[in-house]
Design a protein around this ligand. Structure first.
Ligand code: BES
Ligand code: ZN
Ligand code: ZN
Length: 484
């Protein structure tokens, strides 16, 4: 999608459509006379994400005028602005529009609004149709003018930033949508290598032999039930001139399919476990954006990639594995595999010298019970670092919520036969999973994002297609890009 910032007022721009956000109770503005009529007939009242499409609107150079409801002006935010842009694109591409102009609402102008607008438009454009013979690409919006935004280097940079972030998030969605037969661990590793050479990052992939030599028994235990070999993907971004000795480690769960292993999952819904690598995808997306935004700190990405299967070599409930850290784990449930692979990745990240760690993982069904599909569960061993991650999420409109991490929860992970068990019983499952990871983060400041409920949406939203959401990308990028 071509994006142009133009100083001209929206009504003067030609093209297939002009887009305006209109709020509840609004009467003025360039579309004032239409708003009064539409409100009188209750056809359109500015309710959030309602739309009205007018043809040959008087006083506009464009062939159509699309009004997108912004809801109550006092509740409007960058997050809703981003989504409103997505709504507009999804309506227009269904009507064969190729060129559109959109005007930012006066309520929210300036660089952050330009970024959010561009992001929302590009996120709205995305479809999970890679494997359909007739792709909806044919109806995609080709050019978008952002009207009345003014021009200048700051706004151009904001638009470029928005593009970089949306492309990164859409890349993560593309990976999350790939079925497991087309994206086994080695293919994820190949994609990472390709990304690295495209973006000028360093990429190293540890294979099974290497991991065996190093002693990553927890990761290899999960992998051994599958014919698909595992990979530990390591991507490095190094700034030309670092302004800090901090070294951020980004970790992402990369289970390309989670059958549950011998503690097998029910058939109903198992097909969705292709997105159990959404954390890894979010980290890859974030690295792509960071390679473009070039923050002044070292960032290392680690993605343990495995397939959790039931082959004849599969690990059994009751097996005891030795992790890279030396701690032993009794595998009481082979379906709690994410924490096993992340345990070794966390230890390795610390060995590589990371001073701060953030992981993203579709880790537990329990986080979906706790927070539904709305908010990411956040867990940490370090209040101040957690606050920074939450602030980054807030600035990016990714909704998250911190859950407690009292030491007492550790009781439930006791094993009779090993140092720790990989499951913590029936209650507080999202927390006990995080407590397990904390054992391996040790005293390094660490934040865990459980994205099991938020990485996939079962229904399309007015601003986004059904399927993978790419959640986490924007928060990780913001955290690294605004590092102080
Ligand atoms: N990948 C799942 C978690 C998950 C559930 C992701 C739903 C997305 C949607 C994870 O590996 C898992 O199976 N966790 C178990 C842990 C349990 C055995 C302690 C779970 O949540 O049931
Ligand atoms: Zn599992
Ligand atoms: Zn899993």
């Amino acid at each position: 999608m071509k994006i142009n910032l133009v100083p001209d007022p929206i009504h003067s721009l030609p093209g297939d459509a002009a887009v305006l956000v209109a709020f509840e109770g609004q009467s003025g503005g360039p579309a004032g006379k239409f708003l009064e009529e539409l409100a009188a007939s209750r056809e359109f009242t500015g309710k959030l994400f309602d739309t009205a499409l007018l043809h040959w609107p008087e006083g506009f150079a464009a062939r159509r005028l699309l009004l997108v409801g912004g809801g109550k002006p006092e509740q409007f935010s960058l997050r809703l602005l981003r989504q409103a842009a997505g709504v507009a694109v999804r309506v227009l591409k269904g009507k064969g529009c190729r060129e559109a102009a959109m005007a930012l609402p006066e309520l929210l102008a300036g660089a952050p609004a330009v970024s959010a607008w561009v992001e929302g438009a590009m996120l709205g454009q995305w479809e999970p149709d890679r494997h359909k013979s007739e792709r909806e690409d044919s109806t995609a919006l080709e050019a978008l003018a952002v009207a009345g935004a003014g021009a200048g280097a700051e706004l151009e940079a904001a638009a470029a930033r928005g593009r970089a972030i949306a492309e990164a998030q859409n890349f993560a969605r593309e990976l999350g949508n790939e079925p497991s037969n087309r994206l086994p661990p080695l293919e994820l590793a190949r994609q990472a290598r390709e990304l690295a050479s495209r973006c000028g990052l360093d990429c190293e992939v540890l294979d099974q032999d290497r991991m065996r030599q190093m002693g990553m028994g927890a990761l290899l235990g999960v992998a051994q039930g599958s014919a698909e070999p595992p990979a530990l993907i390591v991507l490095r971004y190094r700034p030309e001139r670092a302004t800090t000795s901090d070294h951020l480690g980004l970790l992402g769960k990369g289970v390309t399919f989670d059958s549950g292993g011998l503690s097998i999952k029910p058939a109903d819904g198992m097909e969705k476990m292709k997105y159990d690598m959404a954390g890894g995808a979010a980290v890859l997306g974030a690295m792509q954006a960071l390679a473009q935004l070039k923050p002044p700190l070292a960032v290392t990405a680690l993605i343990p990639a495995v397939e959790n299967m039931t082959g004849s070599r599969a690990q059994r409930p009751g097996d005891i594995v030795t992790t890279l850290s030396g701690k032993t784990v009794e595998v009481l449930n082979t379906d709690a595999e994410g924490r096993l692979i992340l345990a070794d990745a966390l230890t390795y990240a610390r060995q590589l010298g990371c001073t701060h760690l953030v992981d993203a993982a579709t880790l537990t069904g329990a986080v979906v019970v706790a927070l539904g599909h709305l908010r990411v569960g956040v867990f940490s061993n370090h209040d101040a670092f957690q606050a920074r991650v939450l602030a980054a999420a807030d600035a990016e409109g990714e909704r998250m919520w911190a859950l407690p991490m009292d030491d007492d929860y550790k009781e439930s992970l006791k094993s009779a036969f090993a140092d720790v068990s990989n499951v913590g019983g029936r209650w507080a499952g999202a927390i006990t999973a995080a407590i397990f990871l904390k054992e391996f983060a040790q005293d390094t400041p660490w934040v865990h994002l459980d994205i099991a409920g938020t990485a996939w949406q079962d229904e399309a939203k007015p601003y986004a297609a059904k399927g993978p959401t790419g959640v986490g990308v924007r928060t990780l990028v913001r955290l690294a890009a605004d590092w102080v």
